[in-house]
Design a binder for this molecule. Sequence first.
Ligand code: NAD
Ligand code: DAU
Length: 351
Amino acid sequence: MTILVTGGAGFIGSNFVLDWLRQSDEPVVNLDALTYAGNLENLAALQGDARHVFVKGDIGDRALVDRLLAEHRPRAVVHFAAESHVDRSIHGPGAFMKTNVEGTFTLLEASRAYWGALADDARAAFRFHHVSTDEVYGSLKPEDPPFAETHPYEPNSPYSASKAASDHLVRAWHHTYGLPVVTTNCSNNYGPYHFPEKLIPLMIVNALAGKPLPVYGDGQQIRDWLYVTDHCSGIRAVLAGGRVGETYNIGGWNEKANIDIVKTVCALLDELRPSADGPYARLITYVKDRPGHDRRYAIDARKIERELGWRPAETFETGIRKTVQWYLDHPEWVARVQSGAYREWLDKQYG
Ligand code: NAD
Ligand code: DAU
Protein backbone atom coordinates (compact mmCIF):
# COMPACT_ATOMS: atom_id res chain seq x y z
CA MET A 1 0.00 0.00 0.00
CA THR A 2 1.15 3.52 -0.79
CA ILE A 3 -0.23 7.02 -0.49
CA LEU A 4 0.37 9.91 -2.88
CA VAL A 5 0.89 13.20 -1.07
CA THR A 6 0.91 16.51 -2.95
CA GLY A 7 2.73 19.53 -1.51
CA GLY A 8 4.70 17.36 0.90
CA ALA A 9 7.70 19.71 0.95
CA GLY A 10 5.69 22.63 2.34
CA PHE A 11 5.01 23.47 5.97
CA ILE A 12 2.11 21.14 6.77
CA GLY A 13 2.87 18.58 4.05
CA SER A 14 6.42 17.98 5.29
CA ASN A 15 5.21 17.66 8.88
CA PHE A 16 2.58 15.20 7.64
CA VAL A 17 5.10 13.06 5.71
CA LEU A 18 7.55 12.99 8.64
CA ASP A 19 4.76 12.12 11.04
CA TRP A 20 3.28 9.47 8.73
CA LEU A 21 6.59 7.64 8.38
CA ARG A 22 7.20 7.85 12.13
CA GLN A 23 3.94 5.98 12.68
CA SER A 24 3.81 3.56 9.75
CA ASP A 25 5.90 1.88 7.10
CA GLU A 26 3.42 2.60 4.34
CA PRO A 27 5.40 4.40 1.61
CA VAL A 28 4.71 7.97 0.56
CA VAL A 29 5.09 9.30 -2.97
CA ASN A 30 5.56 13.03 -2.51
CA LEU A 31 4.69 15.23 -5.53
CA ASP A 32 5.76 18.83 -5.03
CA ALA A 33 6.62 21.57 -7.51
CA LEU A 34 9.08 23.13 -5.02
CA THR A 35 7.82 26.67 -5.32
CA TYR A 36 9.38 29.21 -2.95
CA ALA A 37 7.34 27.50 -0.18
CA GLY A 38 8.65 24.01 -0.84
CA ASN A 39 11.80 23.11 1.07
CA LEU A 40 13.32 19.65 0.77
CA GLU A 41 15.51 20.40 3.78
CA ASN A 42 12.37 19.85 5.86
CA LEU A 43 12.60 16.20 4.79
CA ALA A 44 16.35 15.77 5.33
CA ALA A 45 15.64 13.10 7.98
CA LEU A 46 14.22 10.89 5.20
CA GLN A 47 17.31 10.95 3.00
CA GLY A 48 18.04 7.39 1.90
CA ASP A 49 14.70 6.17 3.29
CA ALA A 50 13.13 3.94 0.62
CA ARG A 51 9.65 4.60 2.06
CA HIS A 52 9.78 8.19 0.74
CA VAL A 53 9.80 8.79 -3.00
CA PHE A 54 10.11 12.47 -3.86
CA VAL A 55 8.99 13.69 -7.28
CA LYS A 56 9.50 17.30 -8.34
CA GLY A 57 6.52 18.25 -10.45
CA ASP A 58 3.31 20.19 -10.83
CA ILE A 59 -0.11 18.86 -9.86
CA GLY A 60 -1.33 20.55 -13.04
CA ASP A 61 0.83 18.22 -15.18
CA ARG A 62 -1.74 15.59 -16.13
CA ALA A 63 0.71 13.26 -17.85
CA LEU A 64 2.98 13.25 -14.80
CA VAL A 65 0.10 12.64 -12.36
CA ASP A 66 -1.24 9.83 -14.59
CA ARG A 67 2.19 8.23 -14.67
CA LEU A 68 2.65 8.43 -10.88
CA LEU A 69 -0.76 6.91 -10.24
CA ALA A 70 -0.15 4.08 -12.72
CA GLU A 71 3.34 3.38 -11.41
CA HIS A 72 2.74 3.56 -7.65
CA ARG A 73 -0.91 2.43 -7.42
CA PRO A 74 -1.71 4.52 -4.30
CA ARG A 75 -4.70 3.69 -2.11
CA ALA A 76 -5.15 7.40 -1.38
CA VAL A 77 -4.24 10.87 -2.58
CA VAL A 78 -3.70 13.39 0.22
CA HIS A 79 -3.80 16.80 -1.41
CA PHE A 80 -1.92 19.62 0.35
CA ALA A 81 -0.34 21.36 -2.65
CA ALA A 82 -1.51 24.95 -2.88
CA GLU A 83 -0.48 28.55 -2.91
CA SER A 84 -1.24 29.31 0.74
CA HIS A 85 -0.34 32.90 1.65
CA VAL A 86 -3.20 35.42 1.73
CA ASP A 87 -0.92 38.46 1.29
CA ARG A 88 0.67 36.95 -1.82
CA SER A 89 -2.80 36.23 -3.21
CA ILE A 90 -3.63 39.94 -2.90
CA HIS A 91 -0.51 40.94 -4.84
CA GLY A 92 -0.74 38.17 -7.46
CA PRO A 93 -3.87 36.02 -7.55
CA GLY A 94 -2.97 34.24 -10.82
CA ALA A 95 -0.80 31.55 -9.27
CA PHE A 96 -3.61 30.77 -6.80
CA MET A 97 -6.10 30.16 -9.60
CA LYS A 98 -3.56 28.06 -11.47
CA THR A 99 -2.57 25.73 -8.64
CA ASN A 100 -5.50 25.79 -6.23
CA VAL A 101 -8.27 25.66 -8.83
CA GLU A 102 -6.84 24.29 -12.09
CA GLY A 103 -4.30 22.08 -10.32
CA THR A 104 -6.97 20.53 -8.11
CA PHE A 105 -9.14 19.99 -11.18
CA THR A 106 -6.32 18.14 -12.93
CA LEU A 107 -5.61 16.04 -9.87
CA LEU A 108 -9.29 15.15 -9.56
CA GLU A 109 -9.53 14.16 -13.20
CA ALA A 110 -6.41 12.01 -13.04
CA SER A 111 -7.63 10.42 -9.79
CA ARG A 112 -11.05 9.74 -11.31
CA ALA A 113 -9.52 7.96 -14.31
CA TYR A 114 -7.20 5.91 -12.09
CA TRP A 115 -9.92 5.07 -9.53
CA GLY A 116 -12.42 4.15 -12.24
CA ALA A 117 -10.11 1.43 -13.54
CA LEU A 118 -9.39 -0.16 -10.14
CA ALA A 119 -10.73 -3.56 -9.11
CA ASP A 120 -13.87 -3.42 -6.91
CA ASP A 121 -12.14 -3.76 -3.53
CA ALA A 122 -9.51 -1.15 -4.32
CA ARG A 123 -12.17 1.15 -5.77
CA ALA A 124 -14.16 0.98 -2.55
CA ALA A 125 -11.09 1.58 -0.37
CA PHE A 126 -9.66 4.48 -2.42
CA ARG A 127 -9.78 7.99 -0.93
CA PHE A 128 -9.12 11.46 -2.31
CA HIS A 129 -8.40 13.57 0.78
CA HIS A 130 -8.61 17.29 0.11
CA VAL A 131 -6.85 19.50 2.66
CA SER A 132 -8.62 22.83 2.97
CA THR A 133 -9.02 25.79 5.25
CA ASP A 134 -11.47 27.53 7.57
CA GLU A 135 -11.01 30.70 5.48
CA VAL A 136 -13.57 29.43 2.96
CA TYR A 137 -16.29 30.23 5.52
CA GLY A 138 -15.49 33.96 5.60
CA SER A 139 -15.29 36.13 8.69
CA LEU A 140 -17.14 35.85 12.02
CA LYS A 141 -18.59 38.63 14.17
CA PRO A 142 -17.55 38.63 17.85
CA GLU A 143 -20.86 37.11 18.98
CA ASP A 144 -21.10 34.45 16.21
CA PRO A 145 -20.66 30.75 17.06
CA PRO A 146 -17.57 29.07 15.56
CA PHE A 147 -17.74 27.73 11.99
CA ALA A 148 -19.57 24.40 11.73
CA GLU A 149 -19.27 22.28 8.56
CA THR A 150 -22.68 23.60 7.52
CA HIS A 151 -21.61 27.25 7.58
CA PRO A 152 -22.16 28.95 4.20
CA TYR A 153 -19.11 29.54 2.03
CA GLU A 154 -18.24 33.27 2.07
CA PRO A 155 -14.58 33.54 1.01
CA ASN A 156 -13.16 37.07 1.05
CA SER A 157 -9.61 36.89 -0.33
CA PRO A 158 -8.30 35.57 -3.64
CA TYR A 159 -6.64 32.78 -1.63
CA SER A 160 -9.81 31.73 0.20
CA ALA A 161 -11.88 32.06 -2.98
CA SER A 162 -9.48 29.72 -4.77
CA LYS A 163 -9.65 27.21 -1.90
CA ALA A 164 -13.45 27.47 -1.84
CA ALA A 165 -13.49 26.77 -5.58
CA SER A 166 -11.32 23.71 -5.04
CA ASP A 167 -13.62 22.47 -2.25
CA HIS A 168 -16.57 22.79 -4.60
CA LEU A 169 -14.77 20.84 -7.32
CA VAL A 170 -13.99 18.04 -4.87
CA ARG A 171 -17.62 17.96 -3.73
CA ALA A 172 -18.86 17.86 -7.34
CA TRP A 173 -16.48 15.02 -8.31
CA HIS A 174 -18.01 12.99 -5.52
CA HIS A 175 -21.63 13.80 -6.28
CA THR A 176 -21.34 13.49 -10.05
CA TYR A 177 -18.77 10.75 -10.53
CA GLY A 178 -18.82 8.98 -7.15
CA LEU A 179 -15.13 9.66 -6.48
CA PRO A 180 -14.64 8.72 -2.79
CA VAL A 181 -13.54 12.06 -1.35
CA VAL A 182 -13.15 13.49 2.13
CA THR A 183 -12.39 17.16 2.84
CA THR A 184 -10.92 18.69 5.97
CA ASN A 185 -11.16 22.41 6.75
CA CYS A 186 -8.57 23.40 9.31
CA SER A 187 -7.79 26.56 11.25
CA ASN A 188 -4.40 28.34 11.44
CA ASN A 189 -1.49 25.97 11.95
CA TYR A 190 1.84 26.74 13.63
CA GLY A 191 4.94 24.71 14.46
CA PRO A 192 8.27 23.58 12.97
CA TYR A 193 9.16 24.33 9.32
CA HIS A 194 6.63 27.18 9.09
CA PHE A 195 7.82 29.56 6.36
CA PRO A 196 8.72 32.90 7.98
CA GLU A 197 6.30 34.97 5.94
CA LYS A 198 3.40 33.84 8.15
CA LEU A 199 2.61 35.56 11.46
CA ILE A 200 4.20 33.34 14.12
CA PRO A 201 7.50 32.41 12.45
CA LEU A 202 7.89 35.97 11.10
CA MET A 203 7.57 37.38 14.62
CA ILE A 204 10.12 34.90 16.00
CA VAL A 205 12.76 35.49 13.34
CA ASN A 206 12.27 39.27 13.24
CA ALA A 207 12.47 39.54 17.02
CA LEU A 208 15.71 37.54 17.10
CA ALA A 209 17.12 39.82 14.40
CA GLY A 210 16.05 42.96 16.30
CA LYS A 211 13.69 43.91 13.46
CA PRO A 212 10.20 45.49 13.79
CA LEU A 213 7.30 43.11 14.49
CA PRO A 214 4.65 44.30 11.98
CA VAL A 215 1.12 43.99 13.36
CA TYR A 216 -1.60 44.70 10.78
CA GLY A 217 -4.29 47.26 11.67
CA ASP A 218 -5.30 47.22 15.33
CA GLY A 219 -3.99 43.68 15.95
CA GLN A 220 -7.39 42.60 17.27
CA GLN A 221 -8.13 40.11 14.45
CA ILE A 222 -8.73 36.65 15.84
CA ARG A 223 -7.39 33.35 14.54
CA ASP A 224 -7.90 29.84 15.97
CA TRP A 225 -4.49 28.18 16.35
CA LEU A 226 -3.64 24.49 16.03
CA TYR A 227 -0.23 22.88 16.46
CA VAL A 228 0.72 21.33 13.12
CA THR A 229 1.12 17.73 14.30
CA ASP A 230 -2.44 17.90 15.64
CA HIS A 231 -3.59 18.83 12.14
CA CYS A 232 -1.63 15.83 10.84
CA SER A 233 -3.29 13.46 13.32
CA GLY A 234 -6.69 14.89 12.37
CA ILE A 235 -6.02 14.18 8.71
CA ARG A 236 -4.92 10.63 9.54
CA ALA A 237 -8.12 10.11 11.54
CA VAL A 238 -10.34 11.36 8.69
CA LEU A 239 -8.42 9.40 6.06
CA ALA A 240 -8.83 6.24 8.14
CA GLY A 241 -12.40 6.62 9.33
CA GLY A 242 -14.08 9.67 7.82
CA ARG A 243 -17.31 9.10 5.96
CA VAL A 244 -16.99 9.39 2.19
CA GLY A 245 -18.33 12.67 0.79
CA GLU A 246 -18.20 14.38 4.19
CA THR A 247 -16.28 17.41 5.33
CA TYR A 248 -14.66 17.63 8.77
CA ASN A 249 -13.50 20.81 10.49
CA ILE A 250 -10.22 20.55 12.41
CA GLY A 251 -9.34 23.08 15.09
CA GLY A 252 -7.87 23.47 18.52
CA TRP A 253 -10.39 25.73 20.31
CA ASN A 254 -7.64 28.33 20.63
CA GLU A 255 -9.01 31.70 19.56
CA LYS A 256 -6.42 34.41 20.06
CA ALA A 257 -6.08 38.03 18.94
CA ASN A 258 -3.00 38.63 16.80
CA ILE A 259 -1.53 41.13 19.23
CA ASP A 260 -1.78 38.57 22.04
CA ILE A 261 0.02 36.00 19.86
CA VAL A 262 2.82 38.49 19.23
CA LYS A 263 3.08 39.37 22.92
CA THR A 264 3.19 35.66 23.83
CA VAL A 265 6.04 35.07 21.37
CA CYS A 266 7.89 38.07 22.80
CA ALA A 267 7.44 36.84 26.38
CA LEU A 268 8.73 33.35 25.50
CA LEU A 269 11.76 34.84 23.77
CA ASP A 270 12.37 37.10 26.80
CA GLU A 271 12.50 33.93 28.90
CA LEU A 272 14.42 31.63 26.52
CA ARG A 273 16.75 34.07 24.72
CA PRO A 274 16.68 37.44 26.53
CA SER A 275 17.91 40.43 24.52
CA ALA A 276 20.47 42.84 25.95
CA ASP A 277 18.40 45.65 24.38
CA GLY A 278 15.36 44.92 26.57
CA PRO A 279 12.00 43.13 26.16
CA TYR A 280 11.19 42.05 22.59
CA ALA A 281 7.76 43.72 22.80
CA ARG A 282 9.59 47.02 22.25
CA LEU A 283 9.79 45.96 18.57
CA ILE A 284 6.00 45.74 18.06
CA THR A 285 5.02 48.12 15.25
CA TYR A 286 1.47 48.68 14.02
CA VAL A 287 1.38 48.84 10.20
CA LYS A 288 -1.22 49.34 7.47
CA ASP A 289 -3.96 46.69 7.55
CA ARG A 290 -4.27 43.82 5.03
CA PRO A 291 -6.94 44.75 2.41
CA GLY A 292 -10.19 42.87 3.08
CA HIS A 293 -8.71 41.48 6.30
CA ASP A 294 -11.01 38.86 7.85
CA ARG A 295 -11.75 39.82 11.44
CA ARG A 296 -12.29 36.48 13.13
CA TYR A 297 -12.01 32.75 12.41
CA ALA A 298 -13.03 30.04 14.87
CA ILE A 299 -13.60 26.35 14.29
CA ASP A 300 -16.27 24.13 15.78
CA ALA A 301 -14.38 20.81 15.86
CA ARG A 302 -17.14 18.74 17.49
CA LYS A 303 -17.93 16.60 14.43
CA ILE A 304 -14.44 15.08 14.11
CA GLU A 305 -14.36 14.50 17.86
CA ARG A 306 -17.83 12.92 17.95
CA GLU A 307 -17.40 10.69 14.90
CA LEU A 308 -13.72 9.84 15.04
CA GLY A 309 -12.65 10.55 18.61
CA TRP A 310 -10.02 13.06 17.47
CA ARG A 311 -8.79 15.72 19.87
CA PRO A 312 -5.66 17.88 19.74
CA ALA A 313 -2.77 16.66 21.86
CA GLU A 314 -1.24 20.12 22.38
CA THR A 315 -2.62 23.12 24.19
CA PHE A 316 -1.66 26.52 22.79
CA GLU A 317 0.73 26.98 25.70
CA THR A 318 2.64 23.72 25.06
CA GLY A 319 2.56 24.15 21.27
CA ILE A 320 3.82 27.73 21.15
CA ARG A 321 6.64 26.96 23.59
CA LYS A 322 7.75 24.00 21.43
CA THR A 323 7.56 26.19 18.34
CA VAL A 324 9.65 29.04 19.72
CA GLN A 325 12.17 26.50 21.02
CA TRP A 326 12.32 24.81 17.58
CA TYR A 327 13.22 28.09 15.88
CA LEU A 328 15.87 28.79 18.54
CA ASP A 329 17.30 25.30 17.95
CA HIS A 330 17.36 25.60 14.13
CA PRO A 331 19.11 28.87 13.26
CA GLU A 332 20.65 27.29 10.12
CA TRP A 333 17.23 26.36 8.74
CA VAL A 334 16.05 29.94 9.30
CA ALA A 335 19.20 31.45 7.81
CA ARG A 336 19.03 29.26 4.70
CA VAL A 337 15.36 30.08 4.17
CA GLN A 338 15.98 33.79 4.63
CA SER A 339 18.99 33.89 2.34
CA GLY A 340 17.32 31.70 -0.27
CA ALA A 341 20.16 29.19 0.09
CA TYR A 342 17.66 26.35 0.56
CA ARG A 343 16.95 26.68 -3.16
CA GLU A 344 20.57 26.19 -4.22
CA TRP A 345 20.34 22.46 -3.75
CA LEU A 346 17.33 22.44 -6.05
CA ASP A 347 19.21 24.21 -8.80
CA LYS A 348 22.03 21.74 -8.43
CA GLN A 349 19.72 18.77 -8.46
CA TYR A 350 17.13 19.80 -11.01
CA GLY A 351 18.81 22.54 -13.04
P1 NAD B 1 2.87 25.89 2.05
O1 NAD B 1 2.72 27.12 1.21
O2 NAD B 1 3.84 25.89 3.17
O3 NAD B 1 3.24 24.64 1.12
C1 NAD B 1 2.64 24.39 -0.11
C2 NAD B 1 3.43 23.32 -0.82
O4 NAD B 1 2.77 23.05 -2.07
C3 NAD B 1 4.87 23.74 -1.15
O5 NAD B 1 5.75 22.69 -0.86
C4 NAD B 1 4.83 24.02 -2.65
O6 NAD B 1 6.06 23.79 -3.30
C5 NAD B 1 3.75 23.04 -3.11
N1 NAD B 1 3.10 23.46 -4.36
C6 NAD B 1 2.62 24.68 -4.67
N2 NAD B 1 2.12 24.69 -5.92
C7 NAD B 1 2.26 23.43 -6.41
C8 NAD B 1 1.91 22.80 -7.63
N3 NAD B 1 1.32 23.48 -8.62
N4 NAD B 1 2.20 21.49 -7.78
C9 NAD B 1 2.81 20.79 -6.79
N5 NAD B 1 3.18 21.35 -5.62
C10 NAD B 1 2.90 22.64 -5.43
O7 NAD B 1 1.40 25.55 2.55
P2 NAD B 1 0.93 24.93 3.93
O8 NAD B 1 0.78 26.03 4.93
O9 NAD B 1 1.76 23.77 4.25
O10 NAD B 1 -0.55 24.47 3.52
C11 NAD B 1 -0.77 23.18 2.97
C12 NAD B 1 -2.25 23.01 2.67
O11 NAD B 1 -3.00 23.16 3.86
C13 NAD B 1 -2.81 24.05 1.69
O12 NAD B 1 -3.72 23.41 0.85
C14 NAD B 1 -3.49 25.06 2.59
O13 NAD B 1 -4.56 25.69 1.92
C15 NAD B 1 -3.99 24.18 3.71
N6 NAD B 1 -4.13 24.82 5.03
C16 NAD B 1 -3.11 25.54 5.56
C17 NAD B 1 -3.25 26.08 6.84
C18 NAD B 1 -2.14 26.86 7.50
O14 NAD B 1 -2.35 27.41 8.58
N7 NAD B 1 -0.94 26.93 6.93
C19 NAD B 1 -4.44 25.89 7.54
C20 NAD B 1 -5.48 25.16 6.93
C21 NAD B 1 -5.30 24.61 5.68
O1 DAU C 1 -7.02 29.96 8.72
C1 DAU C 1 -6.22 29.09 7.99
C2 DAU C 1 -5.25 29.89 7.14
O2 DAU C 1 -4.26 30.41 8.03
C3 DAU C 1 -4.61 29.06 6.04
O3 DAU C 1 -5.60 28.65 5.13
C4 DAU C 1 -3.54 29.88 5.30
O4 DAU C 1 -2.89 29.07 4.34
C5 DAU C 1 -2.54 30.37 6.32
O5 DAU C 1 -1.56 31.18 5.69
C6 DAU C 1 -3.24 31.16 7.42
O6 DAU C 1 -3.80 32.40 6.88
P1 DAU C 1 -3.73 33.77 7.71
O7 DAU C 1 -3.89 34.89 6.78
O8 DAU C 1 -4.63 33.71 8.89
O9 DAU C 1 -2.21 33.63 8.26
P2 DAU C 1 -1.03 34.71 8.39
O10 DAU C 1 0.05 34.07 9.21
O11 DAU C 1 -0.66 35.31 7.09
O12 DAU C 1 -1.70 35.84 9.27
C7 DAU C 1 -2.26 35.55 10.55
C8 DAU C 1 -2.84 36.83 11.09
O13 DAU C 1 -1.80 37.74 11.41
C9 DAU C 1 -3.73 37.55 10.10
O14 DAU C 1 -4.82 38.15 10.80
C10 DAU C 1 -2.83 38.63 9.51
C11 DAU C 1 -1.90 38.96 10.67
N1 DAU C 1 -0.53 39.36 10.31
C12 DAU C 1 0.17 38.56 9.45
C13 DAU C 1 1.45 38.90 9.08
C14 DAU C 1 2.23 38.03 8.11
C15 DAU C 1 0.04 40.49 10.88
O15 DAU C 1 -0.60 41.19 11.70
N2 DAU C 1 1.31 40.81 10.52
C16 DAU C 1 2.03 40.07 9.63
O16 DAU C 1 3.21 40.46 9.33
